[in-house]
Design a protein around this ligand. Structure first.
Ligand SMILES: [Zn+2]
Length: 162
C-alpha cells in the first residue's frame, strides 16, 4: 500500500530584496502615531516608501499591498489612511534601500517626511517621500534600473483571500 506522502513544511521564501511602495492619502485625517517618531498629520497627496526584506520579499510586499498582518513597521501605521497603489520590487542580496530613498528624494517635488520614517535600522534621513504630484511609474522604474536594480511592478489586484 503506497504511503501517503506527508506534505513538508513549506521552506521559508529565501528571496531578499527591496521594494518601493506607492501610497496615496485621499483625505487628511487625524494625526497618525508613527511609533516613537510621534504623531503626524499626513497631507493629502502621494507618497513613496522604500523598504527591504532579508527574506520573504514577495509575502512582505503582498502584505503591504493588501494591508494585512500586524503593525510592525512604521509604514504599517499608515494602513488606515493610505491606499497602496503600486509596488516595484527588485531582488537583490545587497542593502540598497537607503540609496534608493536618496535617489527618489532627489526627484523634483519629493521631500523626505516625516524625518527618519522607516529608518530605525539605518542612519539615513528617512524612507518615506512625500510627493507634490503622482509619481511617474516609468521614471521610478528607470531610476531603479539606473541603480542596477531590475524592478518588476505590481498593482494591488483582488487579494488572494478575497
Ligand atoms: Zn535608510
Amino acid at each position: 500500500m503506497p504511503r501517503t506522502p506527508t506534505a513538508p513544511n513549506p521552506p521559508a521564501d529565501p528571496t531578499a530584496g527591496m521594494y518601493v511602495l506607492h501610497l496615496r492619502i485621499e483625505r487628511p485625517g487625524p494625526p497618525v502615531r508613527i511609533g516613537r517618531l510621534g504623531a503626524f498629520e499626513f497631507p493629502r497627496t502621494d507618497y513613496l516608501y522604500v523598504g527591504s526584506a532579508l527574506n520573504s520579499l514577495w509575502p512582505r510586499v503582498q502584505r503591504h499591498l493588501y494591508q494585512e498582518g500586524k503593525r510592525h513597521w512604521h509604514v504599517d501605521h499608515l494602513q488606515d489612511v493610505a491606499q497602496p497603489l503600486r509596488a516595484w520590487i527588485a531582488v537583490t542580496t545587497q542593502s540598497r534601500e537607503c540609496e534608493v530613498a536618496a535617489a527618489l528624494a532627489a526627484l523634483p517635488g519629493a521631500t523626505r517626511w516625516p524625518p527618519r520614517f522607516g529608518a530605525s535600522d539605518c542612519r539615513c534621513p528617512g524612507h518615506l517621500l512625500r510627493l507634490d504630484a503622482s509619481p511617474n511609474s516609468i521614471r521610478i522604474a528607470g531610476l531603479l534600473g539606473d541603480l542596477g536594480l531590475n524592478p518588476a511592478s505590481f498593482l494591488p489586484g483582488p487579494g488572494p483571500n478575497r
